[in-house]
Write a protein of this length. Structure first.
Lengths: 110, 112
């Protein structure tokens, strides 16, 4: 089955700097790659997603890139703000239900 | 439009007991999935229901069972609770043939 690895597990950045979180997946049949943000005690919320027919997608300060050949995808957050502090999860699915990475705890230091 | 709703939000059980968690999907959604999220971990897929049948199942023992009703709502049942079953149980729904999952706020289960 699908296996998703996520790095780093923790990330601290200064406010205004960029943050990058990377994930790899194992199943070449996976074709949908969402990113979720989970604040403490809250539910995971979809922030951006990408499908395998697209290499990059951007939504304001957030962008996701996908390299199907290398089976990895990344989340980029620019101009980070304190409210970006949360745990971020990548996930992958194709013929299987969504499989999540273990998460990255992002801390934005003001 | 209400999103995914779950009940109860918190509950405490003792080892060996049974628990039932409930979920109402987002309006227009007919597929419901259940995930277990242990502290500090990513959500782990338990099973998925569509048209009142279990369609896919993750690596969870038979103590975990579920049901989907004609109105698309769903229940998760866990029998013979173990300490390791303590977790946040998330329900997620989506419309047929779409990938985007919407999560509920979860039911936090503590087993003592």
């Amino acid at each position: 089955g699908e296996n998703v690895e996520q790095h780093p597990s923790t990330l601290s950045v200064q406010e205004g700097d960029s943050a990058v979180i990377k994930c790899t997946y194992s199943d070449s049949a996976s074709n949908y790659f969402p990113w979720y943000k989970q604040e403490l005690g809250k539910r995971p919320q979809l922030i951006i997603d990408i499908r395998s027919n697209v290499g990059e997608k951007k939504d304001q300060r957030i962008a996701v890139t996908l390299n199907k050949t290398a089976k990895h995808f990344s989340l980029h957050i620019t101009e980070t703000q304190p409210e970006d502090s949360a745990v971020y999860f990548c996930a992958a699915s194709g013929n299987t239900p969504l499989v999540f990475g273990k998460g990255t705890r992002l801390s934005v230091i003001a | 439009d209400a999103g995914v709703t779950q009940s109860p939000t918190h509950l405490i059980k003792t080892r060996g007991q049974q628990v039932t968690l409930r979920c109402s999907p987002k309006s227009g959604h007919d597929t419901v999935s259940w995930y277990q999220q242990a502290l500090g971990q990513g959500p782990q897929f338990i099973f998925q229901y569509y048209e009142e049948e279990e369609r896919q199942r993750g690596n969870f023992p038979d103590r975990f069972s579920g049901h989907q009703f004609p109105n698309y709502s769903s229940e998760l049942n866990v029998n013979a609770l173990l300490l390791g079953d303590s977790a946040l149980y998330l329900c997620a729904s989506r419309a047929t043939y779409t990938g985007e999952l919407f999560f509920g706020e979860g039911s936090r289960l503590t087993v003592l």
